[in-house]
Structure formats: structure tokens, C-alpha cells
Ligand binder design. Sequence first.
Ligand SMILES: [Zn+2]
Length: 190
Amino acid sequence: MKTGKLGDLKIVRYGHPALREQASPVGRVTREVKALAARMIELMIEARGLGLAANQVGVPRRLAVVVIEDTPTVFIDPELEKAEGSEKAEEGCLSLPRLYGEVVRPRKVKVTARNLAGKRFTLEGEGLLARALCHELDHLEGRLFVDQVDESTLHWLLRTSDGEEPVVQPTALEDALKVFLLAREGEKHR
Ligand SMILES: [Zn+2]
């Protein structure tokens, strides 16, 4: 697997083509796959996220990390085996920072994947964990939470300064996405 220099990897934002790609299977757990997972865990913790998919660091391969009971857990070639019920709750994404909105997700899911030792495992999750797993599995299909967000609940959560209450600012989806695309354009010309 070609990932370039791992130290250069960073979390990419809305507008990056990798976020819309369908990730291809990882297959064998090579040293490079392990290094990629380690770097993703680092980036996720740094960004205080609950999950991160490889697409979000510009590498469209089926690999995701999710924090489960305070422990970053690696999912290689994960598959959704079962989904039950539905639940609507707020969601955000490290690739669309400060944007939040409500998304309907299964209440309970069962996922199989392999760990870094190449061993297959099954995990059942409910509530927030089920939500995080579905969110990351979506990333691996090139899908984002904004694709299915209830637009009437979409808002920015803006922190003015430390210690102050964050400001909630409702936004239309189109306007919000434009903010990310303009920021991306700005970066290109810098
Ligand atoms: Zn995300």
C-alpha cells in the first residue's frame, strides 16, 4: 500500500476527492498498514475525535479507527453484518469541523473486521458507538454525514474564546459546504 510519508498525513477536509472515493480492501496487514493505523490514531486523538476513516487522511482504503471505552480500536476491512432500529441524534465530522446536525442511524449494529494481528473479530455496538461505527463505515463508501443530515438541525458550533459558551449558528447545507470549498480554494492559492 502506497501512503507516501506517513508523517505528512493529515486530516483532509470537505472537498478533498478522497472523501468521495469508495475505499478498496486492505487485505494483508503489512507493516505499512500498521504504521497507517498508528498515525490515524495519533491524528484522531490530536483532533479529539471519536473515529477516523482512512479516506479522511487521503488514503481510500478500508481501514478505520474508533474510540471504544477510551481505547482506540482498529477496524481493517470492516463490514456491517446487522443493523437494528433507528435513532436520531447530533453528529459532526473531523473533515467538516465545527459543523453539526442530526442524522438518523441504526440504534444497534454488528460489525465484523480484522485487527492489526489480522484476526477477525465481531463487535456489537449501541447508541453512540453504533453511530460512530456507521459514520466511519459511510466514510469508506465515500459518504458523509451531510449527505443524510436533517438540514433543519444543521448548525455551526463556534468557539469565540476559551471558557466562553460556544455560539450556535444555524446554517443552510449549501452555505456550509461553500465555506469548506472556499477554504480549500484559499489553501491551494497560498
Ligand atoms: Zn467523519
